[in-house]
Design a protein around this ligand. Structure first.
Ligand code: ADP
Ligand code: MG
Ligand code: MG
Length: 246
């Protein structure tokens, strides 16, 4: 599904990713862990196609296509979902309008029929109810005035409605209380299926108690220095990144 090969990227002329390789197959959940400044968010931004993150070497293939050659909206339409630590606020655009536009843009690019108003509302209401987001919140402008926990809930509703092939979530657990952490974990776990995959970028082991990954990778100074199973996260929690990276 996703093949990252010897990826090099820089920001402001400063090399950040220095030969990162990673393969994600359908059905798998991978966790990327690492100390602050390791390049975790940079990896997320490079996958999203954000301006200012310049790829200087290597390749990224998503479902057989050259991801780096695709525009950000093409990546989304191809089934890539990116959730970031600080979700954007979009004043003047209601959550419902935003979701409907995102869903239909994807369907259109896949050559599928747009969702009717009734179909769309049924889909959104079901997911919002499951994830504890009220109708009132759905009518409000995207993320404006939402608490940290509400933004995460909202992000999980977006993800559930869009049902991406690959979700890349960066520090989606940061600053969450235990209830919000459960919501986020539920959102991720509900999307687990043999056709979908998740790349969880996190500094802390906590989220991985709720979303048990198939693989854990340790990113240090722009490279994956170690890979293992879920137990590697516990080892990191016990021993710290220093011991692993040494
Ligand atoms: P992590 O998410 O693992 O904490 P980041 O990818 O955010 O790491 O950052 C990796 C390195 O890149 C850090 O040294 C950071 O200061 C630098 N960096 C990230 N984004 C920018 C930017 N927009 N401008 C300049 N330096 C940046
Ligand atoms: Mg950081
Ligand atoms: Mg980060």
């Amino acid at each position: 599904m996703l093949i990252i090969s010897d990826l090099h990227a820089e920001v402001d002329g400063k090399p950040i990713l220095k030969g990162l390789s990673l393969t994600v197959n359908p059905g798998e959940v991978h966790a990327i862990m690492g100390p602050n400044g390791a390049g975790k968010s940079t990896l997320g931004y490079v996958l999203s196609g954000r301006a200012g993150y310049e790829v200087t070497g290597g390749s990224v293939t998503f479902e057989g296509r050259d991801l780096l050659d695709m525009e950000a909206h093409e990546r989304a339409a191809a089934g890539l979902f990116l959730g970031f630590q600080y979700p954007v606020e979009i004043p003047g655009v209601s959550n419902l309008n935003f979701l409907r536009t995102a869903l239909n843009a994807q369907r259109k690019l896949r050559g599928e029929a747009e969702a009717s108003g009734a179909e769309f509302m049924k889909l959104v209401k079901g997911h919002a109810e499951d994830l504890g987001l009220s109708m009132d919140m759905l009518k409000r402008p995207v993320n404006v005035g939402f608490s940290g926990g509400e933004k995460k809930r909202n992000e999980m509703v977006q993800m559930a409605v869009i049902a991406p092939r690959l979700a890349v979530l960066d520090e989606t657990d940061s600053g969450l209380d235990i209830d919000a952490l459960r919501v986020v974990s539920d959102g991720i776990n509900r999307l687990r299926s043999p056709e979908r995959a998740t790349l969880l970028i996190t500094h802390y082991q906590r989220l991985l108690d709720y979303v048990v990954p198939d693989f854990v990778h340790v990113l240090v100074a722009g490279r994956i220095v170690r890979s293992g199973g879920a137990e590697l996260a516990h080892e990191l929690e016990r021993e710290g990144y220093g011991a692993i990276a040494a």
